[in-house]
Design a protein around this ligand. Structure first.
Ligand code: FAD
Length: 403
């Protein structure tokens, strides 16, 4: 048995999903992991197109697209397991594929056939196409995650109707894939609505007058995923590019968040698993006090706690994925709990691995600094622990008999 707790042959996946996951496992191991350290050390805002291209060949930029359309047709379960594999090798690369999926998800859940035909087909071609979901702004982070905060949003990106189109104005910040994305789903507030109460989702072509790529971010972690600003100055969007309804952005945002948190939990679990792997390799070879480190009870306890964190994080995201795949509307509770636990597992396992490996882990060339830096990413996006706590407790008090 390989040690990694790899879900490669997961019994819940069958047929094409199991086959897709097997290919992703090989790709993560042979195609993604070997270059991760070099990519991490590179200039800000770069993307490794060779690796992206290989992932695209395997379908990782069309994971959620239906098979009839030429996609992989993966369930949320399949997507989360796949992203755990990629993240265990390089979480930034998982984000590159995942953020493109985040653009596609609103189009898929809205069921808008013309938009799907026009904006999902490009992901089926020979060349990889990246996309992004642009929500966050300089002044609005969590206020665009929690719908109850809508009245408090400040200086939102606006959308103003002008004939048969909308004009977008504003700046989006911290957007994964922004430097290279061809398309974005942009959440903007209908002009005149308070805060973000008029939130509306627009499919926006980024290669057009009125859109510039602003600052490229120099991130601490996830350095292998490019991120930056998108600046809209009277950027034109045809009226047919509204996803769902005018002012329907919050419903969409919440639904997408509930779905996406499952995959985010998979990514965090991958980071926690990688840290565990590093600690086990080290404790199985390093001797102090005449014994291998894992034979000391205190170290054994640390390792056992790390393994338990990986297993519990995975169990929770699998549960959330099964609900997301089978219950409509997508529940908020299980994905939020899964992400809360997985985000913490990534940080705690990175910390424990640093302690167990000691001075070797403190060297730049060891690679543990990357794990540590990446481990702090998941708890920022798609709901901080505090935001998730409000989602979770909201459900506890709204439906007290259920849980
Ligand atoms: C690696 C990475 C990738 C990202 N990718 C994207 C992307 O592709 N698209 C995109 O749109 N955004 C992306 N983001 C941005 C992300 O969406 C925001 O960082 C997130 O919404 C939180 O906003 P903020 O960082 O401005 O923090 P803030 O919202 O300012 O929060 C700061 C702190 O205050 C706490 N806080 C805020 N509000 C409350 C409250 N109501 N109650 C209690 N505590 C609260 C938070 O929990 C946090 O601890 C990414 C971020 C990172 C780190």
């Amino acid at each position: 048995m390989t040690f990694t707790h790899s879900p490669a042959d997961h019994p819940l996946l069958q047929g094409h999903e199991a086959e897709a996951l097997r290919r992703a496992v090989e790709f993560a191991r042979d195609g993604v992991a070997p270059g991760a350290a070099e990519r991490d050390a590179g200039e800000k805002g770069q993307v490794d197109w060779a690796t992206v291209r290989e992932g695209h060949r395997l379908g990782l930029l069309r994971m959620a697209l239906p098979r009839e359309m030429g996609g992989l047709g993966l369930s949320q379960l399949g997507i989360a397991l796949t992203l755990e594999e990629i993240a265990a090798a390089d979480p930034g690369m998982a984000l590159v594929f995942g953020a493109t999926g985040l653009f596609q998800t609103p189009l898929l859940v809205s069921g808008d056939a013309p938009l799907q035909e026009r904006y999902l087909t490009p992901f089926l071609g020979d060349e990889p196409v990246l996309a992004c979901n642009a929500v966050a702004e300089e002044r609005n982070g969590t206020d665009l995650v929690l719908p109850q905060n809508a009245p408090h949003a400040q200086e939102m990106t606006t959308a103003r109707r002008s004939g048969g189109e909308y004009l977008l104005n504003g700046t989006k910040k911290y957007i994964t894939n922004a430097p290279f994305a061809t398309y974005a789903t942009v959440l903007a507030n209908l002009d005149g609505s308070a805060g973000s109460t008029g939130l509306t989702c627009f499919v926006t072509e980024l290669e057009q007058d009125g859109v510039t790529r602003g600052e490229v971010h120099d991130k601490v972690g996830y350095r292998t995923a490019p991120a930056g600003e998108l600046v809209f100055e009277n950027a034109r969007v045809p009226e047919g590019n509204v996803v769902g309804d005018e002012r329907g952005g919050w419903d969409l945002n919440v639904a997408i968040g509930n779905l996406t948190r499952v995959a985010c939990a998979g990514v965090a679990t991958g980071i926690a698993r990688h840290a565990l792997r590093r600690a086990v390799d080290w404790c199985g070879g390093r001797r102090q006090g005449g014994r291998l480190l894992h034979e000391h009870q205190m170290s054994a306890r640390k390792l056992a706690d790390m393994a338990a964190r990986v297993s519990s994080a995975r169990a929770l995201y699998l549960d959330a994925a099964l609900k997301a795949d089978n219950v409509l509307p997508t529940p908020g509770y299980e994905p939020a709990v899964a992400k809360l636990v997985a985000d913490r597992a990534a940080i705690d396992n990175a910390d424990a691995a640093m302690a167990l490996i000691g001075a070797q882990a403190f060297q730049r060339d060891d690679g543990m600094d990357r794990v540590l830096r990446d481990a702090y990413g998941p708890r920022i996006y798609e709901g901080s622990p505090e935001a998730l706590a409000l989602v979770i407790t909201g459900e506890l008090f709204d439906a007290p008999g259920i849980r």
